[in-house]
Design a protein around this ligand. Structure first.
Ligand code: PAF
Length: 273
């Protein structure tokens, strides 16, 4: 696996003709990789000639300084995992270069980004969209892969790629769960052992045929601190805190109607349905 640390280096590979006539699949991450990330890498490898993974802990998307400070950064472990998957390239930019403009320029969305996680994490989705726009512009991939655990993020990135006529196709990939149902997340490794034991209550309750308010009560009774449980777009979304760790998840909304596709969500928003 070749490690590329700057946009200029990547562009010089392009200019050198190495990537000519090869489809590029891209998996943007913030590192602390797990099976969920690896499922995206495997999908990309199946569908493209070249797979690029980025690891960039994007400061602009952290609304809480301690969350940024404590975010896990096991780079050597990550590199080994990516090498085992025969990833072609790891893009490892630094934040000074990524935000040479001091974050003066940013991408803002005015609708979907204000609900669910956006209501609790001011500025978070501006940070995500800005970083993803920069990464997509640098890598110039044919396809980019995003996990549906961050479903709201996926919808927003897909909407951005379409709104700005970007060339990369945004591809959603199913949530990967631990054997006990907990959605895989880089933040799971920050849970204390007692918190980790209680965490599977979150996906289990989200999937129950109970009204969202009742689920929140049951989560509190189980020692989790719910932020929200809400239904949108045929899915049920939740966020909880366990100790210092914030977890999010989503499931098809009971009684398990079919969820809307991302295209249908955007058509509705634009008044097309
Ligand atoms: O989901 C993530 O890991 C991040 O939000 C992303 C998409 C890499 C942007 O920084």
């Amino acid at each position: 696996m070749k490690i590329i640390k700057s946009a200029e280096k990547w562009k010089s590979l392009e200019a050198g003709g190495f990537l000519k006539n090869r489809t590029i699949g891209f998996v943007p991450t913030m590192g602390a990789l797990h099976e969920g990330h690896l499922s995206l890498v495997r999908r990309s490898k199946k569908e493209n000639a070249v797979t690029v993974v980025s690891i960039f802990v994007n400061p602009a998307q952290f609304n809480d300084k301690n969350d940024l400070k404590n975010y896990p950064r096991p780079l050597q472990e990550d590199i080994k995992m990516l090498e085992a998957e025969k990833t072609d390239f790891l893009f490892l930019p630094d934040s000074g270069r990524m935000y040479a403009d001091g974050y003066a320029y940013r991408v803002t969305e005015q609708d979907i980004s204000k609900t669910l996680c956006g209501a609790y994490r001011p500025g978070h989705f501006d940070g995500v969209l800005t970083a993803v726009m920069k990464l997509l512009n640098i890598i110039g991939a044919d396809r980019a892969y995003f996990g549906e655990k961050d479903y709201q993020q996926y919808l927003l990135i897909k909407g951005m790629a379409e709104a700005f006529f970007m060339n990369t196709k945004i591809i959603p990939c199913p949530i990967v769960r631990e054997a006990d149902g907990l959605a895989m997340s880089s933040r799971n490794r920050l849970l204390e052992p007692g918190e980790r034991k209680r965490a599977p209550l979150f996906p289990a309750l989200l999937a129950r045929r109970l009204p969202p308010e009742r689920i929140k009560k049951e989560l509190s009774a189980g020692g989790l601190r719910p932020e929200y449980v809400k239904e949108r777009w045929g899915r049920r979304f939740g966020a909880v805190k366990l100790g210092k760790v914030r977890l999010i998840d989503n499931v098809p909304a009971p009684p398990f109607k079919k969820s809307l596709s991302a295209d249908a969500v955007w058509r509705r928003r634009l008044g097309g349905i």
